[in-house]
Design a protein around this ligand. Sequence first.
Ligand SMILES: O=P(O)(O)OC[C@H]1O[C@](O)(CO)[C@@H](O)[C@@H]1O
Length: 241
Amino acid sequence: MKIQIVKDYEEMSRKAANIVASQIILKSNSVIGLATGDTPKGMYKELVRLYKNEDIDFSEVKTFNLDEYYGLAKDNPQSYHYYMMENLFKHVNIKKRNINIPDGMAESIEKECERYEKKIEKAGGIDLQVLGIGRNGHIGFNEPDLKFEAKTHLVKLDEDTIKANSRFFNSIEEVPTMAISMGIKTIMHARKVVLLASGREKAEAIYKAVKGKITPEVPASVLQLHPDATFIIDQEAASKL
Ligand SMILES: O=P(O)(O)OC[C@H]1O[C@](O)(CO)[C@@H](O)[C@@H]1O
């Protein structure tokens, strides 16, 4: 696990965008795993800037998002489909057929999870996975105590996660209580992983993920075992290291 401590959110976003950009430049048909939440928004903004500057081309890139809320339609402004369209996809030349996000409205969740895993496999696996981290150490929506061997599956969200994500909704009651998420096993199969964290509220989770015991109670701690994982964290998120 490599740790890069940067000054602030802007530097974190630029560094992360450069890693994604260089992945795309070196392999135009890269398979990139993407995350949502507040953390990667700056990275997406920078990627859009690089695209508009004609530095990168998304025409052959395939993407797989980590997760989607269960029960939210694609056009719901709180869905991760909507988030990805707004923050990245509608601004770049990615082909619609190359965008993959779990379908939170699928009739059979079990089949949807299987389909998603198969599609990742068929694409040749994920070259580069971008991750954020929850305050409880979750990655994707893999909450503490979920087994490390999980693949894409339906997850029950923790109270803490529901509370943290209620800032994106009108009220806490509106926050879905379940989500479809790539599992830890899916994430660990990515050839390269980049985890981003910014702000003091992530310091404890970063400390446990980097210095703590490898345990499903801190899902991100499993990345200590990944052969090519880099944490790009700002000084506040690194303040407990
Ligand atoms: O970047 P944020 O908004 O702090 O979210 C952190 C993590 O929480 C999630 O949004 C899910 O709760 C993840 O997708 C993200 O990595």
